[in-house]
Design a protein around this ligand. Structure first.
Ligand SMILES: *[C@@H]1O[C@H](CO)[C@@H](O)[C@H](O)[C@H]1NC(C)=O
Ligand SMILES: *[C@@H]1O[C@H](CO)[C@@H](O)[C@H](O)[C@H]1NC(C)=O
Ligand SMILES: *[C@@H]1O[C@H](CO)[C@@H](O)[C@H](O)[C@H]1NC(C)=O
Ligand SMILES: *[C@@H]1O[C@H](CO)[C@@H](O)[C@H](O)[C@H]1NC(C)=O
Length: 363
């Protein structure tokens, strides 16, 4: 109070900036929180804090080179889709839930984990699976209750937006197919299990008050550098694309069904699969010089997952300008590509993001 009446604008600003992270409850205008679930397209560094291998971590150069110094663990040269969504929603970067420190998570939390799928069996032991991600939201809910009281905590959770990027790892286990139970089931059975487990997590969030959701479809990764390098003649892998298409059809039907079943549920589904395929087929239309080679890696298409030199292969190539590439490493989009997709997710029309876009869910 005494500070606010000071004549020094600089001092007021300075103290305000300091006060936001330490005492944000009640002192800031009401905001919509953002909670993030899923895989490497969304993980801001949770895997730095679990017992896993370098295959599932990216907290070393040149990851982050265009934006973060030191690298954070994001599988990109810079920001990821949720980072841009947070910016568009006028929120700060949403921190990884597992990052140590006294974080209040006043603006939300990011639970996503590189390598995770919807099934606990996917890369079991190396990732934070989706059910554990939901359990962490439950922990946070208890903290919010303690700090804010029941009514405010419920309000925070029910007005929040919940983002998902989930499924790609259940299908495309590039690193080791034996870290999946895929081969034990038919495609129909397996996609039902993936969607069934995702649905349970959506219902778990709904039970905590969550009403507003955003989903990415599963990208068609059959022609990505990391998949092609393992194929005879480097042809695209049709099987991975086929099962991703089945998943995306079932996801659409399931979400329509949930919208009717769960009163008040609203969602934005963004078609990242078509967006990435369009950019691979016609990179220059979207400002890329290259839509099939990774910026960072080794071998044909730089498709060997060696970016950063810590995954068994020490030598790798790095392009001069990651902005010109659709893929930063063998399996992940560049910051530029993530920004384009985030814009589609935020304000795209119903051809790309439906039935709502995220801007509508945040307003
Ligand atoms: C981490 O995993 C390795 C190998 O999987 C194991 O040997 C080690 O004991 C684990 N460390 C902890 C702290 O769990
Ligand atoms: C994967 O698992 C199958 C069946 O358990 C086994 O036959 C195969 O050798 C394994 N492959 C690798 C690469 O470990
Ligand atoms: C979730 O996945 C497990 C395999 O991990 C499967 O046994 C179970 O049936 C799935 N649940 C649903 C609702 O599909
Ligand atoms: C990188 O490429 C982008 C897109 O072509 C271009 O706008 C930018 O100026 C380039 N940056 C450098 C440092 O050359």
């Amino acid at each position: 109070m005494t500070v606010a009446s000071s004549k020094s604008g600089f001092l007021v600003l300075f103290v305000f900036c300091l006060s936001v992270p330490t005492d944000s409850w009640g002192n800031i205008e009401k905001h919509t929180a953002l909670f993030v679930f899923g895989d490497s397209l969304f993980d801001p560094g949770n895997n730095n804090y679990i017992n896993t291998t370098a295959s599932f971590q990216a907290n070393y150069w040149p990851y982050g080179e265009s934006y973060f110094n030191p690298p954070t663990g994001r599988f990109s040269n810079g920001r990821l889709i949720p980072d841009f969504i947070a910016e568009y929603a006028r929120l700060p970067l949403i921190p990884p839930y597992l990052e140590p420190g006294n974080n209040e998570f006043a603006y939300g939390a990011n639970f996503a984990s590189v390598g995770a799928g919807a099934l606990i069996d996917t890369r079991a032991g190396f990732v934070v699976d989706l059910q554990t991600q939901l359990r962490y939201l439950g922990e946070l809910e208890n903290n919010y209750r303690k700090n804010l009281g029941d009514t405010e905590a419920r309000q925070l959770l029910s007005s929040a937006v919940y983002l998902f990027s989930c499924g790609a790892n259940d299908y495309g286990t590039f690193v080791d197919n034996n870290l999946s139970i895929y081969h034990l089931f038919t495609d129909e059975q397996y996609t039902d299990m993936v969607i069934g487990n995702l649905t349970n997590v959506i219902k778990g969030i709904y039970a905590k008050g969550g009403r507003k959701f955003g989903f990415l479809t599963v990208p068609l990764s059959g022609c990505s550098p990391g998949v092609r390098i393992g194929q005879p003649g480097y042809i695209c892998h049709k099987g991975i694309d086929d099962i991703a298409r089945i998943h995306n059809q079932k996801l659409a039907i399931t979400l329509e069904h949930l919208e009717k079943q769960l009163e008040g549920l609203m969602y934005a589904k963004c078609d990242i699969s078509t967006a990435i395929t369009n950019r691979m087929n016609n990179p220059s239309k979207y400002g890329f010089k290259d839509g099939e080679t990774a910026c960072c890696g080794s071998g044909p298409f730089r498709g060997k997952n060696s970016c950063g030199g810590k995954r068994g292969t020490t030598e790798y190539e790095l392009c001069d300008n990651a902005t010109e590439f659709l893929f930063f490493d063998s399996a992940h989009p560049s910051e530029q590509a993530s920004q384009q997709i985030a814009e589609m997710f935020w304000k795209g029309d119903s051809k790309v993001t439906a039935p709502y876009n995220l801007q509508a869910l945040f307003s």
